[in-house]
Write a protein that binds this ligand. Structure first.
Ligand code: ADP
Ligand code: GLC
Length: 482
């Protein structure tokens, strides 16, 4: 099948979190199953010097949208990148969603409205590119939410046959804009109500995706259930419940070309389950790099991620006194909410031999933290999938996680015993539960035969993308058949 994969970020070029990893790995896995996959993504400046860029299409200004170009870049994985080149919308200082100061780009409605508009054009009869018509339009998160809506309109006019899929990576990010933007986005008044794109008086791009896609997927089976509840539905549980027969959870995978302790070039020394000496070297190297006391016996906790309430970082901050009293260590890499950044920075300044906090985004340090830590901390309040807990298992660094979303679906608690456990699972995201989890981690770490078994169980997990890609493949086929 021809699959148009529409995304706002894609590793290794543009990545703010897990969606970047998914966009870098799922398309190649789908291509390996024989699909012709093209990834449509804005031509941010990160792509400026990408070799092999070839202009394939000129889009003339139309329906109030600007003129643009589409450049194609063939990848050795078999996937083709389609770069939507429109500098006035996509070339700015900062990241894909926000400027250098962290504020959302002022033109976000227009930027991602345009991405969605172009995707739907490419999938309908009035396409500017008849030579390549996709069978499936697969969009991700709110940023692509309007694409299924535009495609639906084309279908009503008998001008499209492609099926549409929206994948929800995080229901909390909804792409809410003033309804006044509807004119600019070409959304007729008939679609501005509750059965259309309206959400609490605003226009929600994510809701558009949920309402008008043929299928909705999210990134773990547990999260697919959780988002239909009031507790984690972020106001959209009603919409999701109404479309429950179209909703499926498919667990993300790991790109083992990038995340593999046996081949990882960022590490001080490489290792595998049979020979873990390299991991000890990675721990010593991380302690040195972070200015921590270089001590193989000190229990070293690692944390990489967005420093937000979602990730339970405030709980980790509250657990610091216990951690310090135990002589344990903490190596944090992340950026996010200023209060949390400050709290971690202050702890590191006060206890430099036990706590280190690197505030920023650093791919190499992320790999070295996964490898060098003893335990990976991820007590997220909610977690659609989470990738770090899978990476850490493959790196022999058992994760401590809260039983939610993809964390519940990918980590097996110590209670399962030495034959099956891969980490520590806490029943709720509270300071008390975290403390208890930390103690259990400490006890298990102090029992070397048990700890080695837990490490080995994790390293043996098969988190590759192949299984997930097969599930997307089956979904595409069902949609096609329907
Ligand atoms: P989310 O997408 O919610 O942020 P995931 O666990 O799915 O969480 O994915 C996060 C990805 O981003 C992982 O690859 C992780 O290593 C990476 N990451 C997060 N923060 C940083 C950081 N500060 N530096 C480097 N990589 C980071
Ligand atoms: C989101 C979620 C995370 C998930 C990632 C990739 O950012 O917060 O849990 O792993 O998307 O699907």
């Amino acid at each position: 099948m021809r699959v148009l994969f529409v995304t706002p970020e894609c590793a290794p070029w543009v990545k703010t979190g897990g969606l970047g990893d998914v966009s870098g790995a799922l398309p190649p896995a789908l291509a390996a199953l024989g699909h012709d996959v093209r990834v449509l993504i804005p031509a941010y400046s990160a792509f400026a010097s990408l070799p092999g860029r070839r202009s394939v299409l000129h889009l003339t200004a139309r329906e109030g949208w600007p003129a643009a170009r589409i450049d194609s870049v063939a990848q050795s994985s078999g996937v083709t990148l389609l770069l939507l080149d429109c500098p006035e919308l996509f070339v700015h200082p900062g990241g894909p969603y926000a400027d250098a100061g962290g504020a959302d780009h002022a033109q976000n409605a227009r930027r991602f409205g345009f991405l969605a508009r172009v995707a739907a054009w490419l999938a309908s009869a009035d396409t500017p590119w008849p030579a390549w018509q996709p069978d499936v339009l697969h969009g991700h998160d709110w940023t692509c939410g309007l694409a299924p809506f535009y495609l639906y309109l084309a279908r009503l006019r008998g001008q499209a046959t492609a099926a549409s899929v929206t994948t929800v990576h995080n229901l909390a990010f909804q792409g809410r804009f003033w309804m006044a933007d509807a004119d600019m986005l070409g959304i007729a008044p008939a679609w501005r109500g509750i059965d259309g794109v309206e959400f609490w008086g605003d226009l929600s791009m994510l809701k558009a995706g949920l309402q008008f896609s043929d299928a909705i997927t999210t990134v773990s089976p547990t999260y697919a259930r959780e988002i239909q509840t009031e507790a984690l539905g972020v106001g959209l549980h009603g919409v999701l419940r109404a479309r429950a027969d179209r909703l499926v959870g498919i667990l993300n995978g790991v790109d083992t070309r990038v995340w593999n302790p046996r081949t990882d070039a960022y590490l001080a020394q490489r290792y595998d389950a049979r020979d873990m000496r390299g991991k000890a070297a990675c721990k010593a190297a991380l302690q040195r790099e972070c200015g921590l006391r270089e001590d193989p016996a000190a229990l070293l906790f690692g944390l990489v991620g967005r420093l937000t309430e979602q990730k339970g970082i405030d709980l980790v901050v509250q657990a610091l006194p216990w951690l310090l009293a135990q002589g344990a260590q903490l190596a944090v890499l992340g950026q996010g909410e200023p209060v949390l950044q400050e709290a971690l920075r202050a702890a590191a300044a006060a206890h430099p031999r036990q706590v280190s906090a690197l505030i920023g985004f650093d791919e190499a340090r992320a790999h070295r933290t996964e490898a060098g830590a003893d335990v990976f901390l991820m007590p997220s309040r909610y977690e659609p999938c989470g990738l770090n807990q899978m990476y850490s298992q493959l790196y022999g660094t058992p994760p401590l996680v809260h039983a939610t979303g993809g964390l519940a679906d990918s980590v097996v608690d110590l209670d399962a015993g030495a034959d099956a456990a891969t980490g520590i699972v806490i029943p709720e995201a509270t300071p008390g539960a975290l403390l208890q989890g930390l103690r259990r981690a400490q006890d298990a770490f102090a029992d070397p035969p048990l700890w080695r078994a837990v490490q080995r169980n994790g390293m043996r997990q098969r988190f590759g993308w192949e299984d997930s890609a097969r599930q997307y493949d089956a979904l595409y086929r069902r949609l096609r058949a329907a």
